[in-house]
Design a protein around this ligand. Structure first.
Ligand code: ATP
Ligand code: MG
Ligand code: MG
Length: 549
């Protein structure tokens, strides 16, 4: 499915193709395998892969694995699974930044040979004093005028483990007076004794992001390298490095991040929630991760739809999570299977229905989509219905039982409530009803109108099921707004509630990941913890958005 909206990036590409500056489009999605993908990444994925699709080009999946310590094979696997689930495929174009370590080293040596890079022994803190503030020029750090020969020797010694971690870095020699601090001799290599998941112990020096990323893009022939807005001030450095190296020059284009209300969107913060067990892992259905949303029951289409609606601009903003939820609801309303489940049960006894009789009714899996087939639902003398489907004093528009009113039991019969049984506290425990045997399937042969239709589950056949009701993870729209506070102080203590529901028996066999609309109740999805003996369902969303207060 093609991106419906175009955006300023496509305008740039159109112009590049028209002028002959480019003859093809190559993009890349460059995750660092240091965490799971979140819905913010989905925006980048839709843009990177979607743009390549639009122009019949290629989108590379490149693992930006230049930080040995935070990276892990677990993340590599999960990232690939999530991108495929979202509906995109990199085909043969899978790349690893770490495969370019040799090339990057050679490029660094090339810069030293041009007199454009030097080894610097200042600590990060000490260098800050030389770099200075944006409003004033910096000072030249000691070692800046070292000879090329000495720099080559020192850099080789860095590579060979001749220094302790942090003892020195390699810097590019640009301009200590530049108004852009990123051009004041940034470090491009640092010493880090760590085992890398791909290159093992071969290296003890690792390239910094700004040096690595442009070279990765260049080596792969990326034409348009999209990244988020905070890299705009890095672009002059990106361009400088590739110009000095005299290699293929991709164009970096920045766009604004996707942010959503009531959540946080940074891998580091999400990892904190996981490590401190404030959620049940990366795929906790309350997490903004793609695996969390998938487990919750959100479809890939609805996430792509959100990215399409939000579009691609340079304006920083926080989108309302309600927008995502409405995409999810629309999609589930269209596609999810219908079923009956009672979440807060009271008993109904059909007094004139024979004790030993059992029937099965065929109900459609979807009211509009015949192709989704039918299911059979057992019916017997005793049923469960929702507590909210009975009222003593029912207004006319109330869709449920009250004394003397005839109600349709979805797909089964019309029944009338004749007696209410309450406990000592006045809570309803049971309704005594009679049914009309002539109304099999739910319509009366005499054509009498019955406005109310409710869902039910045969008590004898019902499956007791754990249902996990999820709410927002945070109680405030922007948990990061208060810079003094810890974002974890705003976690919603009621974001997960467990209840037991009565399900129509066929649901016990639902495969994990199958999405349902429990009629009149909400959207639910069979969880991965589900077994046929002990099914578990996640509430994806309520049927309608709660009214804003
Ligand atoms: P985080 O800030 O969550 O740690 P990151 O940017 O460090 O994310 P990367 O693995 O480097 O994570 O991201 C891969 C790509 O996804 C980058 O091109 C990055 O710009 C993009 N990306 C990350 N977060 C968002 C977001 N919220 N909206 C849009 N694109 C994003
Ligand atoms: Mg990053
Ligand atoms: Mg990050």
């Amino acid at each position: 499915e093609e991106l419906k909206t175009t955006n300023f990036i496509h305008d740039i590409i159109d112009a590049d193709l028209a002028s002959g500056k480019r003859t093809e489009v190559v993009t890349r999605f460059p995750p660092e395998p240091n965490g799971y993908l979140h819905i913010g990444h989905a925006k980048a994925i839709c843009l990177d892969f979607g743009t390549a699709e639009k122009y019949n080009g290629k989108c590379h999946l490149r693992f930006d694995d230049t930080n040995p310590e935070a990276e892990d094979e677990e993340y590599v696997q999960a990232i690939q699974e999530d991108i495929k689930w979202l509906g995109f495929n990199w085909g043969e174009n899978l790349f690893w930044a770490s495969n370019y370590f040799d090339a990057m080293y050679e490029y660094a040596v090339r810069l030293i040979n041009k007199g454009k890079a030097y080894v610097c022994e200042l600590t990060q803190e000490e260098f800050k004093d030389y770099r200075g503030a944006p409003t004033e020029p910096g000072k030249e750090p000691p070692g800046r005028d070292r000879s090329i020969e000495e720099n080559l020797e020192l850099f080789e010694k860095m590579k060979n483990g001749g220094f302790k971690d942090g003892a020195c870095v390699l810097r590019v020699k640009i301009d200590m007076t530049s108004p852009n601090l990123h051009l004041r001799d940034p470090a491009i290599y640092r010493i880090k004794t760590a085992t890398h998941h791909n290159t093992g112990d071969k290296w003890c020096i690792y390239p910094m992001y700004d040096f690595a990323h442009c070279i990765e893009d260049s080596i792969e022939g990326v034409t348009h390298s999209m990244c988020t807005l905070e890299f705009e001030v890095h672009r002059p450095l990106y361009d400088w490095i590739l110009r000095e190296l005299d290699v293929f020059q991709p164009q970096q284009i920045e766009f604004s991040r996707l942010n959503l209300t009531y959540t946080v969107m940074s891998k580091r913060k999400l990892l904190e929630l996981v490590n401190e067990k404030l959620v049940n892992g990366w795929d906790d259905p309350r997490m903004p991760t793609l695996c969390g949303m998938r487990r919750r029951g959100f479809s890939a289409e609805s996430i792509r739809k959100l990215c399409d609606i939000v579009g691609c601009t340079k304006v920083e903003s926080i989108s309302e999570v309600e927008l995502l939820e409405s995409c999810v609801r629309d999609n589930l309303n269209e596609n999810s299977l219908r079923a009956m489940a009672v979440v807060d049960p009271i008993k109904v006894v059909i007094e004139n229905y024979p004790d030993e009789l059992e029937e099965e009714f065929e109900l459609p899996n979807h009211p509009q989509k015949e192709e989704k087939g039918k299911r059979t639902v057992p019916f017997s003398r005793e049923l469960w219905i929702e507590r909210t489907d009975y009222k003593d004093d029912a207004p006319n528009k109330f869709k449920g039982f009250t004394l003397g009113r005839e109600v349709r039991l979805r797909g089964a019969y019309l029944a009338t409530c004749n007696e209410v049984i309450k406990d000592a506290d006045g809570e309803v425990t049971e309704l005594r009803c009679t049914y009309d045997p002539e109304t099999k399937g739910g319509s009366a042969p005499d054509g009498r109108k019955v406005k109310s239709t409710i869902h039910w589950v045969s008590a004898k056949h019902a499956v007791d099921t754990e249902v996990r009701l999820y709410d927002r993870l945070f109680t405030v729209e922007n948990p990061l707004a208060d810079k003094e506070a810890d974002f974890k102080d705003f976690l919603n203590p009621e974001s997960l509630q467990l209840i037991t529901a009565k399900l129509e028996p066929g649901l016990a066999k639902a495969k994990p990941g199958t999405r349902f609309q429990f009629e009149r109740v909400g959207y639910f999805c069979a969880d991965k913890d589900s077994t046929e003996e002990a099914p578990v369902f996640n509430r994806t969303l309520t049927l309608r958005a709660p009214k804003k207060v």
